[in-house]
Design a protein around this ligand. Structure first.
Ligand code: F6P
Length: 366
């Protein structure tokens, strides 16, 4: 089949993740050098597509960005064009403005739209594919919770950052004989906390997949005291809950496709622990967006380059309506229809949890 692709558009949506720039670079370079396509990038995700706000992507404009976190195209986690907030008769109402985006693509001569995003952003990508737009998805999230692919870029960088910060928490915890409760991101999945907890030598790891009880944590703190280790590092995923309890919500972002922002569990747990632990101060630290910032790890640079190069190949092969994925270490593709809602979480009986328990890490569930 003759492939008449001449021009492609790229956008990044949702929360940023280290590796986005490396993907943009790999798509752009492969598209230009291997296939001779023209490339443009829409700014601030779907909002740029709606406002026809874009920049040309050339070999020059993607030079020097491989290692950099963030996204040169900027991002937004609010602008769902299928439910866009618009002012009508003095009121803010939700409206489907996706036809405007389709028209903009047509007028600019953009043949294929490459969408880099997580759940919410890829849901819109699927919906544009349903409208007949030629779409390729690239999975992005530091949380690593997309079921349709083995690993997402940004995760390794987040784990590296949290691991490094746990090392820093260790020395101060030890000096003051404190119990430190460190909150990691991850939404409803515990991958970041689990991996960084093991790599950063945490004593207790609390994840959404294994509800904790306070007594069990107190028991571990006491055991450490008795073994001459009068300080304890607890890593808690932001989505972790006490047995029978609820997730702690930080805020609701009304106009976001995924409006619930978690956060605050470390503070809650520190308060709960302080009521029963009398021989240590208990402090909480929320790592927050530091986990997504700064330079990208070499692993994520390579992973992102693989994702981007494969996305460009998929365009040439006409694999529209699909997302690039990695299965058993190999690049592959999966229909966007299958991707949505296929979130994954830590297996509480899986190898990593098992070996962590075997080396004495508590999950607060004994
Ligand atoms: O999905 C990535 C992530 O960083 C989550 O780990 C976190 O819960 C959320 O995004 C934070 O979103 P925002 O950047 O909107 O605060």
């Amino acid at each position: 089949m003759e492939n008449k692709i001449k021009k492609i558009g790229i956008l990044t949506g949702g929360g940023d993740a280290p590796g986005l720039n490396a993907v943009i670079r790999a798509i752009t370079r492969t598209a230009i050098l291997k296939y001779g396509y023209e490339v443009i990038g829409y700014k601030f995700g779907y909002r740029g597509l709606y406002n026809n706000d874009f920049m040309p992507l050339t070999l020059d404009s993607v030079s020097g960005i491989l290692h950099k976190g963030g996204t040169i195209l900027y991002s937004s986690n609010k602008d769902n064009l299928f439910e866009y907030l618009v002012e009508e008769d003095g009121k803010t109402v939700k409206k489907d403005v996706s036809d405007v985006a389709v028209e903009n693509l047509k007028n600019e001569g953009v043949d294929v739209l490459v969408v880099l995003g997580g759940d919410g952003t890829l849901t819109s990508a699927r919906d544009f594919a349903r409208k007949g737009v030629k779409v390729i998805g690239v999975p992005k999230t530091i949380d690593n919770d997309l079921g349709a692919t083995d690993i997402t870029f940004g995760f390794d960088t987040a784990v590296s950052i949290v691991t490094e910060l746990l090392g820093r928490i260790h020395t101060t915890a030890e000096s003051h004989h404190r119990v430190m409760v460190v909150e990691a991101m991850g939404r409803n999945a515990g991958f970041i906390a689990l991996h960084a907890g093991i790599a950063g030598s945490a004593d207790v790891i609390l994840i959404p997949e294994i509800p904790y009880n306070v007594d069990s944590i107190v028991k571990r703190v006491k055991e450490r005291d008795e073994h001459g280790q009068p300080f304890t590092i607890i890593v808690v995923a932001e989505g972790a809950t006490e047995k029978g309890g609820e997730v702690v919500v930080n805020k609701i972002v009304e106009d976001s496709p995924d409006p619930i922002r978690l956060g605050g569990i470390a503070n809650k747990l520190a308060n709960d622990l302080e009521k029963v632990i009398k021989n240590h101060e208990v402090r909480s630290v929320v790592l927050g967006h530091v986990q997504r910032g700064g330079d990208t790890t070499p692993y994520d640079r390579i992973l992102s380059t693989r994702y981007g190069a494969e996305a460009a190949d998929m365009i040439a092969e006409g694999k529209f309506g699909n997302m690039v994925c990695i299965r058993d270490g190999h690049m592959s593709s999966v229909s966007l229809e299958e991707v949505i809602g296929s979130n994954k979480s830590v297996d509480p009986k899986g190898e990593l949890v098992r070996i962590a328990k075997n080396i004495g890490i508590s999950f607060g569930d004994e």
